[in-house]
Design a protein around this ligand. Structure first.
Ligand code: PMP
Length: 443
C-alpha cells in the first residue's frame, strides 16, 4: 500500500539541498517499490549491501524472534547466544588464523576498530614506535575521521584536512590505466606491490604499523580485482618488515565475489579483515573485524583487553539478523549462484557494451561489476568530472527502473566515471537480462 506523500526537503540533511529523492516504501526480492508505484530492480543493493534481496523471510524471522526475547544487552555486562554464534560462524569460515571477532555497527566503525587493534598490538608487543599507516591512492575506507584519513579519495578528504598524521598512500592495483603496454599482469602486480616496499623503506620499517587495502577495490576505483600474485607479494612484504596487513572487505566481502571472503581467492590471509554491508544484508546495521590469534593473544597477555568499544558493539538483534543472513546464504547455496549469475552478468555486459565508444573497461568478480566510462575509448581519456557521468547515469537509470551505483572518478574521486552493479545473490537469468536491458536503455 502506498504511504502518504511527504515533503522530504525539511528536517534531514542527508543529501545536497534541492536533491529530490523518491520515497521507497517496499522491498520485494530483487526489487524496491516507491510511493508512486514504480518498481526498480535493485542492481546495486545500496552499495553491495542487500545480498539476500529484500524481504527475505530468514532474517525477518530472526529479528522478530530476537527482538521479542531480548533486543539488546550491553556487551560490558553480558554476552549473548546471537553474538557468540555469529562469532563462531565467521571465525570458522574465515581462512587463515582469524580466530577472533569484534562486532561493530558498520564499515567505518570496523575500519576504526581494525586500526586501533593494530595500534594496540604494536604497543603491547613493545613496538610503540610503529604508528604509521600505509594505504592506497583512490581507496575508500569509510567516512569517520580515522577511516577517512586512511582512504585515498582526495575529494572526500578535502574539506576535512588536516586528517590523521602519519598516513601515506601508494599506488592501487589498477591495471586498466597503469599497466605498461608490454607488461604482463603478473609483472605489473609485482611492480605495484614493490611501491609498498619502497614506501616502508622510505619511512623506516620500524615506524610502520600497517598496510590497509581493499581486496577488490570498490567505491572509488570501481570493482578492480587484484592481478594474480599482487596480494601474495604484498603479504610477503608485510611479513618481511613486520607490518600488519589489514584487508578491507566491507564492500567486496561476505560472498560478493563468489567466496565468503574475497582474499580466499588470492591464496593469502590478512592479519585483520573488516566486513560489514553484506554481513547483515541491510536487515540490521552490523559489521565486524576478524583478527588473528597472534593479535588477540598479544593484547590479552599485555594489558589484558582491547581498550575500545561502542554502545552497540555486538548488538544482539543485529547479530541474530546477520547470522540468519549468513545461514540462508549457506543453506540456499547462494555462493554457487553468485558464480553462475556473475558469469551471465559478465558475459552480458561484455556482449552489450564491449564495443561501446564510451565504455573503457568492464571489470569485476562474482556479482561485483563496474563499467568505467571514458570520453574516448582509444585514448582512455576520462570524462570531464563536471559532466557528472556516473551521477547522470544513476538518475536516468532510476527513470528506467534500474538502481545502479555511481562510483568515484579517477581524477579526484569526485563525480565518478564508474557505475557499479552488485545485484542480490538470488538473481536468476531473467533478472540479469532485465538489468542489462535497462542499463542499455539508460546508456
Ligand atoms: N570500507 C569500504 C571498502 C567501503 O566500501 C565502505 C563503504 N562504502 C566503508 C569501508 C565504510 O562503510 P560504512 O559506509 O558502512 O561506514
Amino acid at each position: 500500500m502506498a504511504g502518504p506523500k511527504r515533503n522530504i526537503d525539511t528536517s534531514v540533511f542527508h543529501r545536497a539541498p534541492k536533491t529530490k529523492l523518491r520515497t521507497a516504501v517496499k522491498g520485494d526480492g530483487p526489487y524496491i517499490l516507491d510511493d508512486a508505484g514504480n518498481r526498480y530492480i535493485d542492481a546495486s543493493g545500496g552499495a553491495a549491501v542487500s545480498c539476500l534481496g529484500h524481504s527475505h523471510p530468514a532474517p525477518i524471522r530472526a529479528i522478530q524472534e530476537q527482538a521479542t526475547t531480548l533486543a539488546f544487552a550491553h556487551t560490558g555486562f553480558f554476552t549473548s547466544n546471537a553474538l557468540e554464534n555469529l562469532a563462531s560462524f565467521l571465525t570458522s569460515e574465515a581462512p587463515g588464523n582469524l580466530t577472533r571477532a569484534y562486532f561493530t555497527s558498520g564499515g567505518s566503525e570496523s575500519v576504526e576498530t581494525a586500526l586501533k587493534l593494530a595500534r594496540q598490538y604494536c604497543v603491547e608487543t613493545g613496538q610503540a614506535q610503529r604508528s604509521r599507516i600505509i594505504a592506497r591512492r583512490q581507496s575508500y575506507h569509510g567516512n569517520t575521521l580515522g577511516a577517512l584519513s586512511a582512504g585515498g579519495n582526495l575529494w572526500r578528504r578535502a574539506a576535512y584536512e588536516p586528517l590523521l598524521i602519519g598516513v601515506t598512500h601508494v599506488a592501487p592495483c589498477y591495471p586498466y590505466r597503469d599497466r605498461g603496454a608490454h607488461e604482463t599482469e603478473a609483472d605489473y602486480g609485482l611492480r605495484i606491490a614493490d611501491e609498498l616496499e619502497a614506501e616502508i623503506l622510505r619511512l623506516g620499517p620500524e615506524t610502520v604499523m600497517c598496510f590497509i587495502a581493499e581486496t577488490v577495490a570498490g567505491a572509488t576505483l570501481g570493482c578492480v580485482p587484484p592481478v594474480p600474485g599482487y596480494l601474495k607479494r604484498i603479504r610477503d612484504i608485510c611479513d618481511k618488515y613486520g607490518v600488519l596487513l589489514i584487508l578491507d572487505e566491507v564492500m567486496c566481502g561476505m560472498g560478493r565475489t563468489g567466496t565468503l571472503f574475497a582474499y580466499e581467492q588470492e591464496g593469502i590471509a590478512p592479519d585483520l579483515v573488516t566486513i560489514a554491508k553484506g554481513l547483515g544484508a541491510g536487515y540490521q546495521p552490523v559489521g565486524a573485524v576478524l583478527a588473528s590469534e597472534r593479535i588477540y593473544e598479544a593484547i590479552v597477555e599485555g594489558s589484558g583487553f582491547f581498550q575500545h568499544g561502542h554502545t552497540y558493539t555486538g548488538h544482539v538483534t543485529a547479530c541474530a539478523a546477520a547470522l540468519a543472513v549468513q545461514e540462508a546464504i549457506r543453506d540456499e547455496n547462494l555462493l554457487d549462484n553468485v558464480k553462475r549469475a556473475g558469469s551471465w552478468l559478465a558475459e552480458g555486459l561484455n556482449m552489450t557494451f564491449g564495443a561501446h565508444p564510451h565504455v573503457g573497461d568492464i571489470r569485476g568478480r562474482g556479482l561485483f561489476w563496474a563499467l568505467e566510462f571514458v570520453a574516448d575509448r582509444a585514448t582512455k581519456a576520462p570524462f570531464d568530472p563536471d559532466k557528472k557521468i556516473a551521477a547522470r547515469l544513476k538518475a536516468t537509470a532510476l527513470d528506467h527502473g534500474l538502481i545502479c551505483y555511481p562510483m568515484g572518478g579517477i581524477i579526484d574521486g569526485r563525480q565518478g566515471d564508474h557505475v557499479m552493479l552488485a545485484p542480490p545473490f538470488i538473481v536468476d537469468d531473467g533478472h540479469i537480462a532485465e538489468i542489462i536491458g535497462k542499463l542499455e536503455a539508460t546508456i
